[in-house]
Design a protein around this ligand. Structure first.
Ligand code: GDP
Ligand code: MG
Length: 187
């Protein structure tokens, strides 16, 4: 079986500009945190191969650019999303208040069933605890209303970043690789 036959999982990162989506994807992709702001134009893709329960899985992370770049052109790609991670900045309340917008927008465009589709919420920049504007409890309450998991991270200090993607890919792998089945990747 060729490498191209690996199951591919598409994970989208959505949220306001400047909340730390690109830093999160870069950190997970083993790139160093630079601290410099590099504006995302349209969408960027990060690819990573993972070994999940002896199966090779290709992960594609879609890093978007906030509302300006989140135009209709994304819609066809959104339909192949396997998971969506909503991202806000715990030090910027407005980015938390935008979450309902992002959630509505995603489900409208991706045409997924909100009751079944895998989603998570990530609060970023927890290294800036003194500047926090959204409590953990508040974010957890938002998640509880949709029965979705909540993670708090720092891309800067590399706190909890791997855990987010691992938890979501493990969840997805259970769907795309039925239990007891092993995909052989002999090139
Ligand atoms: P995006 O627009 O959502 O992709 O946000 P970026 O990843 O480009 O980050 C926006 C700004 O926040 C940049 O200046 C980053 O250096 C900064 N930033 C991102 N993640 C963190 C973090 O975990 N902690 C701190 N203190 N700053 C961060
Ligand atoms: Mg970005």
């Amino acid at each position: 079986m060729s490498q191209n036959n690996k199951p591919t999982l598409h994970i989208w990162l959505l949220g306001d500009e400047f909340v730390g989506k690109t830093s999160l994807a870069c950190r997970y992709n083993n790139e160093q945190y630079s601290g410099k702001y590099r504006k995302t134009i349209g969408a960027e893709i990060f690819r990573k191969d993972l070994n999940l329960n002896d199966n090779l899985v290709s992960l594609v992370i879609w890093d978007t650019s906030g509302y300006d770049g989140f135009k209709k052109k994304h819609t066809p790609f959104l339909r192949s999303a396997d998971c969506c991670i909503f991202v806000f900045d715990v030090t910027y309340r407005k980015s938390f208040e935008s979450l309902n917008f992002w959630r509505d927008e995603f489900f409208l465009r991706a045409e997924k069933n909100p009751n079944e589709f895998p989603v998570a919420l990530v609060g970023t920049k927890i290294d800036l605890e003194n500047e926090r504007e959204v409590s953990k409890q508040e974010a957890e309450d938002w998640c509880k209303s949709f029965s979705i998991p909540y993670f708090e991270c720092s891309a800067k200090d590399d706190i909890n970043v791997q855990e987010v993607f691992e938890a979501m890919t493990a969840k997805l792998a259970m769907k795309c690789i039925p239990k007891g089945i092993r995909i052989c990747n002999n090139k």
